[in-house]
Design a protein around this ligand. Sequence first.
Ligand SMILES: C[S@@+](CC[C@H](N)C(=O)[O-])C[C@H]1O[C@@H](n2cnc3c(N)ncnc32)[C@H](O)[C@@H]1O
Length: 227
Amino acid sequence: MRVSGINSVSEALNVGKVNKIYFNPDFRSERLKRLINTAKKAGVPVYAVNNIENKIVAEVSPIKYKDVDYVAEKAVRQGGFLLLLDSVQDPQNLGAVIRNAVFFGCSGVVIPKRRSAQINETVVKVSAGAVFHADIARVANLANTIKNLKKLGFHTVGAEIGGEKIENAFMDPPLAIVVGGEDRGLSNPVKKQCDEIVEIPGYGNVGSLNLSSASAVLMYEFRRRLK
Ligand SMILES: C[S@@+](CC[C@H](N)C(=O)[O-])C[C@H]1O[C@@H](n2cnc3c(N)ncnc32)[C@H](O)[C@@H]1O
C-alpha cells in the first residue's frame, strides 16, 4: 500500500512500516527534510522524484488485522473499551473514526469483513496515520461478535437516535460502543444484541450527527466517567 503526506508517512515510519520513500525535491520544507533524515537513519531507501504530485509518498507494509479475541482481551486487561462499526461505507468516515478512537485510547476497532469500508490509502490519510497505532479486527458477523463479547463481561451500548439519553447510560468497562453506518444506522440484529441504545441529545435543526462525531462523544463520555 502507498501512503502520502507528512503525517501519515511519519506515523508509518514510527512503527517501522515503511519500506521505501519517494519525495518531490521541489517541495523542500523543514518538516520534510527532518522526515527524510529520520527515514535515512532508520535505513529506509529514499528516492527524489521530480514528477510526483505529493511532497512525499511511502510504500508501507500492509496493515495486519487483529483477531477479535486479541482486542477483547486487551480491553478487559486495560479496563477499556472497544468501538464496533456497523457497516461504515465511506473511507473518509472510517479514517476519521479511527483517528478519534486512537485519540481516546480505544483498545480496538472492530469492523465487518463485508459491506464495510476496509483500510485503504484514503483511510490512512484521513486518520493522519493513526491507523498505524490502532488495533483493528475484522469479523464475519457483528451481531454474533456482540453476543460473544457479552459472554466475556462486556456491556454493549449502541448509538442511535431515539435511544435512552446518554447521561443515563451504563458505561462501565469493559465496554463495547457500537456506532451505525451512514445510510441505515444500526442493523436490527445488531440493535437486538445491544444491552442498551443511547442517544446524544441534539439542540438544533439537524437530525443526526456524523458517525465520527457521534463516536467521539461516546468515547469522551466513557473517559469522563472513569475519572
Ligand atoms: C449519520 S447516522 C445514520 C443515520 C441513519 N440514516 C439513520 O436513520 O439511522 C450514523 C450513526 O451515527 C450515530 N449517531 C448519529 N447521531 C447520533 C445521536 N444523536 N445519538 C446517538 N447516535 C448518533 C448512530 O450510531 C448512527 O447510526
